[in-house]
Design a protein around this ligand. Structure first.
Ligand SMILES: [Mn+2]
Length: 228
C-alpha cells in the first residue's frame, strides 16, 4: 500500500480478502488510500473501517445470495460500476459477459453450491467456456487435453487444479499472469508451466499418501486416523 500511494494510487480494491484485516485498513486510512473491500469470508463481531466493505456474508447485507466466491463478489462490483457508468452516459467499451468464463471457474473451484446466483453465473460461464473462452482458458484446456463439452466436472478436475497448482507449488503470480494474458503464445507457455506444476503437485501428493500409509502400517483398517 505504501508503494502504491507513493506512486499516486488513491484507491485500492481487494478481492477475496479484507473483512477481518483491521490493521491493514487502519494503515490504508493513515496513508490516505481509499479501500473498497470485496470479500466473502465470515465477518467478526466488528468490521474494519474502509471506504466500502462488500461482503454478502455481512448480516446487514441486502444481497439475495449469502454465499458467493470472492470472484463472484468482485464481479458484482464490476456490474455495479458498469451500471453507474451507463447511467452517467459513459457506457464502458468492454462487455463484462466476457469475464463469465473466469467467474464460473472461480465459483466451481471454490466449491460453491450451484444454486441461485452461483448457478446462473456458472451456467452462463460454461457457455462462454464452450463457445469463446479467453485466451488463457483455451490454452489451458488444450494442455489439459479437454475434449468435448466443457462441464462443471471439466472445471473441477481439469482447469481448477492446474490454476491452483501455481499458488501451492510456486507463486500465485504465474496463475495471475496466465489469467490476464491476451497473447496466445504467452498463454500457451504459462499454461504449460501450470501443467508442469500440477504434475509436480500430483507426484508430491502420491508420495505423501505413501508415507502416511506406511506410517499407519497395521492400523489401516480404522475409520479415523490422523498422521503427521
Ligand atoms: Mn475465498
Amino acid at each position: 500500500m505504501q508503494e502504491a500511494v507513493a506512486s499516486g494510487v488513491g484507491l485500492g480494491i481487494s478481492v477475496d480478502t479484507g473483512t477481518t484485516c483491521f490493521a491493514a485498513c487502519e494503515e490504508a486510512k493513515r496513508l490516505g488510500l481509499n479501500l473498497i473491500i470485496t470479500d466473502h469470508h465470515l465477518p467478526d463481531k466488528h468490521l474494519p473501517k474502509a471506504f466500502a466493505l462488500l461482503n454478502p456474508a455481512r448480516e446487514d447485507c441486502g444481497f439475495s445470495e449469502r454465499k458467493l466466491c470472492g470472484t463472484g463478489v468482485a464481479f458484482f462490483l464490476l456490474m455495479a460500476v458498469w451500471q453507474c457508468l451507463r447511467r452517467l452516459g459513459e457506457p464502458p467499451g468492454y462487455d463484462l459477459r466476457l469475464l463469465l468464463d473466469r467467474v464460473a471457474v472461480a465459483t466451481v473451484a471454490d466449491m460453491m453450491d450451484l444454486v441461485g446466483v452461483n448457478r446462473i453465473l456458472v451456467a452462463y460461464g460454461l457457455q462462454q467456456l464452450n463457445h469463446s473462452p479467453c485466451v488463457g482458458m483455451s490454452a489451458l484446456m488444450k494442455v489439459a487435453r479437454v475434449r468435448g463439452k466443457v462441464t462443471v466436472e471439466t472445471i473441477g478436475f481439469y482447469i481448477a487444479p492446474r490454476i491452483n497448482a501455481a499458488g501451492r507449488m510456486q507463486h500465485g503470480d504465474v496463475a495471475m499472469r496466465f489469467l490476464l494474458s491476451s497473447d496466445m503464445e504467452e498463454a500457451n507457455a504459462l499454461a504449460n508451466q501450470l501443467d508442469e506444476m500440477n504434475k509436480h503437485r500430483r507426484n508430491i501428493e502420491i508420495k505423501v499418501l505413501q508415507q502416511a500409509t506406511n506410517l499407519l502400517g497395521e492400523k489401516k483398517q480404522n475409520n479415523g486416523l490422523m498422521v503427521y
